[in-house]
Write a protein that binds this ligand. Sequence first.
Ligand code: ZN
Length: 241
Amino acid sequence: MRYGILADIHSNLEALETVLGALERERPDRILCAGDLVGYGPDPAACLALIRQRRIPAVGGNHDWAVAGKLELAWFNETSGRAVEWTMQQLGEADRRWLGELPLLLRDAEITLVHASCHEPAQFPYLFDLVEVERSFTAQETPIAFIGHTHRPAVYTMEAGRVRGGALSEGKVPVGEKVLVNVGSVGQPRDGDCRASYCLYDSKQNRLEIRRLPYHLERTQAKIRKAGLPEFLAQRLAVGY
Ligand code: ZN
């Protein structure tokens, strides 16, 4: 099975269209979304429409849940909270309900898809250190799992109880009893690379790739400013933070 996996779209239509365009050419068997479809960006309704029209299975992220009224605003800092409130006003009842009904975790025979962590996914922990990564591994029931949430692409392995931050070499899945992949962010990368990030995974060929694509981010920035969203949300797109 060939998978195309995206996460953290964050209402960035230009980035989403660019990634979906590439996936149309790459033609994976399944396209999946690891959550945070909305929040921060200027096009929540258009991004949701694209994902819903294409029937792309998605899990709920913290921003999706907040916009649906399932996570308190106190969870967020001021800038993020303002964007959540703005997004709530932009979306109709049906879209907000759809976001609130997203499952937190999807699993098939091969892979797990979750926004933040396999361990207590409703708490949306950030996997910034190996202790948190290990917690996720202990709850991971498939050989490979895909997450987003930190907006930084990363690969981890667990072998004989030992957790390591791995690196991808030549597009191969790193060796380990379990592998955890952070696919990075489509709409707001935070690893210093402003290009949209997504993942291609071929379970048969054992191949794994994080792809980066430039998109028209000046257009997104102009829309953020026009919408009156916090200026920082426009600036960060250009520096990848
Ligand atoms: Zn996010």
